[in-house]
Design a binder for this molecule. Structure first.
Ligand code: NAP
Ligand code: FER
Length: 338
């Protein structure tokens, strides 16, 4: 084991899109676990859109990152030294160590990952936080009924690609929105969406939705916000549901964007707009993972990962994901499990 650890430290609050200089890669002494703790070597770390929100100094559902903190985030790694009776050297565990090569975690804050059930990276994607967001957001917040008409933005990403496939499993008609033609091809030809469009090559979103969702939208799963979401208000069906999962088009703006002006559509359509947080379903995550694991192993739920190699590339992988560089879940591979 090396004598030094390597960590990515939060160096400055981003203005607009983050820059690599907002993060510092540093060496630090290797941590040692105390009683009840384990030392973990990171195999994969996750970069996610919510991290951009934590880099802002504001009151939210979770505390902001402070300058000098290790950048936070979910990780999958291997136990190298355990002072907790439930964990042993070699175990694969999910934890929240952030952007670093090694870290110490309390045994009661980590979960074992069974490498025989699925590749361990999936614990950060389709069988992790993004997959659970799709599952509970669509089925619980969205109250999806079999055979309904579903529209999903951010369709080729970790959450959106899973949303569309769950809706197909439920016999729905699914239309996706994403930012490149390659992503459109992927969701239609590889994942089985009924249709999709590239929001970068369309200007009249209302006309596009009328064409592709000619029977209207029963459930809109929103990962992005922005002008596509504005147009959905004009195409929502009677008793439709709009699940506000993410608004990534807004996360890197320096000034707040205009608010929605089409809320009156909700009156005539008696439609509902509701925000959701995956952590609100925490007591049911195990049930969700059981179902999702079955779908993955049965080949009904596919997943793609964009894997960047090396801790030193975590900041660029994060920035690339915010700008649409990923298809499926964006991960950083830090080390190989032994
Ligand atoms: P992701 O979709 O895998 O990656 C982010 C994607 O956002 C990019 O690939 C990019 O794809 C798209 N994007 C970036 N800027 C955009 C813009 N201006 N307009 C439209 N799309 C844009 O990320 P994810 O992890 O699956 O997360 C998706 C959304 O769900 C995020 O908004 C995230 O905050 C939210 N989320 C919410 C919860 C919750 O509990 N509420 C939990 C997890 C995630 P394109 O090439 O298509 O632009
Ligand atoms: C969580 C709740 C929400 C969480 C992430 C999110 C990592 C993501 C929210 C977003 O992307 O907007 O507990 O844990």
């Amino acid at each position: 084991m090396p004598e030094q650890n390597r960590q990515y430290i939060f160096a400055s609050r981003p203005v607009g899109y983050p820059k690599e200089s907002d993060f510092n890669l540093v060496s630090s002494p290797m941590p040692t676990p105390g009683d009840g703790e384990v030392l973990i070597r990171t195999c994969y770390l996750s970069v996610d859109p919510y991290m951009r929100g934590r880099m802002r100094k504001s009151k939210s559902y979770a505390a902001s990152l402070e300058i000098g903190d290790v950048v936070l985030g979910g990780t999958v790694g291997q136990v190298v030294n355990s002072k907790h009776p439930d964990f042993h050297e070699g175990d694969i565990v999910k934890s929240y160590l952030g952007w670093q090569e090694y870290g110490v975690a309390a045994g009661n804050s980590i979960q074992k990952v069974d490498p025989s059930l699925a590749p361990i990276s999936t614990a950060l994607g389709v069988l992790g936080m993004p997959g659970l967001t799709a599952y509970f957001g669509l089925l619980e917040t969205g109250q999806l009924e079999d055979g309904e008409h579903v529209l999903v933005s951010g369709a080729a990403g970790a959450v959106g690609s899973t949303v569309g496939q769950i809706a197909k499993i439920k016999g729905c008609r699914v239309v996706g929105v994403a930012g490149t033609d390659e992503k459109i091809n992927h969701v239609v030809n590889d994942l089985g969406f009924d249709d999709a469009f590239n929001y970068n090559s369309v200007t009249d979103y209302d006309a596009k939705l009328q064409a592709l969702c000619s029977d209207g939208v029963d459930v809109y799963f929103d990962n992005t916000g922005g002008p596509v979401t504005d147009a959905v208000f004009l195409n929502i069906n009677l008793r439709g549901r709009m699940v506000i999962c993410g608004q990534i088009s807004q996360y890197n703006l320096q000034e707040p964007d205009l608010g929605p002006r089409l809320l009156w559509q909700l009156i005539t359509k008696r439609a509902r707009v509701e925000g959701m947080l995956v952590s609100d379903f925490a007591e049911r995550h195990e049930d969700g993972l059981r179902q999702m694991g079955e779908w993955v192993r049965a080949g009904k739920l596919k997943y793609k990962e964009t894997i960047t190699e090396g801790l030193e590339n975590a900041a660029s992988a994060f920035i690339s994901m915010l700008k649409g560089g990923n298809i499926g879940k964006q991960l950083v591979k830090v080390s190989e499990p032994e």
